[in-house]
Write a protein that binds this ligand. Structure first.
Ligand code: AMP
Length: 172
């Protein structure tokens, strides 16, 4: 964990004043760190029968794809409005900085799916709460929630039900 932490870059006042941005590009560009993250994420879900990993645009696509590949599951993108080509369902939410909307293809999740929702950073939890509600409305068998980094001082995990079994690789 100390090795992974040493590869995360803090960017002060990005994207606006007062935010300490946890930059994972410095971790993802390091081959050893990327390998450890992929392995550690997958170990969390090895025996859970996961069928789909849903990654949140755009930084959630990186860890989410690796996790899906490692688990032998499918990958589903949750995207910003207007990016997905076929029929979608959407949800709006508040972020640590600003407001946003996310969309998912209507046919991306079925009632037989066991889903991991993945994003890079848990801040206020607004993004993931919207994602959780959106995917929940599609009635999969089970939804887990996962992050690379959790900013615990913001208490984002309080936004999720216990059954989502929230896990994060690194907590600050
Ligand atoms: P939130 O909805 O507040 O939990 O914000 C989570 C989303 O915003 C994630 O997709 C993160 O990529 C991004 N984010 C919010 N705060 C930070 C931060 N301090 N450092 C890096 N990413 C952040």
């Amino acid at each position: 964990m100390e090795y992974l932490k040493s590869k995360i870059r803090d960017v002060i006042d990005f994207p606006q004043k007062g935010i300490v941005f946890k930059d994972l590009t410095t971790l993802f560009k390091d081959a050893r760190a990327l390998h450890i993250v992929g392995w550690d994420l997958s170990q969390l879900y090895r025996d859970k029968g996961v069928t789909k990993v849903v990654g949140i645009e755009s930084r959630g696509f990186i860890g989410g794809s690796i996790l899906a590949f490692e688990l032998g599951a499918g990958f589903v993108p949750l995207r910003k409005p207007g990016k997905l080509p076929a029929d979608t369902v959407s949800a709006s939410y508040d972020k640590e900085y600003g407001k946003d909307t996310i969309e998912i293809h209507k046919d991306a999740i079925t009632e037989n799916d066991i889903v991991v929702l993945h994003d890079d950073v848990l801040a206020t939890g607004g993004t993931m709460a919207a994602a959780y509600n959106l995917v929940k409305s599609m009635n999969p068998k089970k939804i887990y929630i996962n992050f690379v980094i959790e900013l615990s001082a913001l208490h984002g995990r309080d936004k999720f039900p216990e059954e989502a079994e929230v896990t994060s690789l690194i907590t600050y």
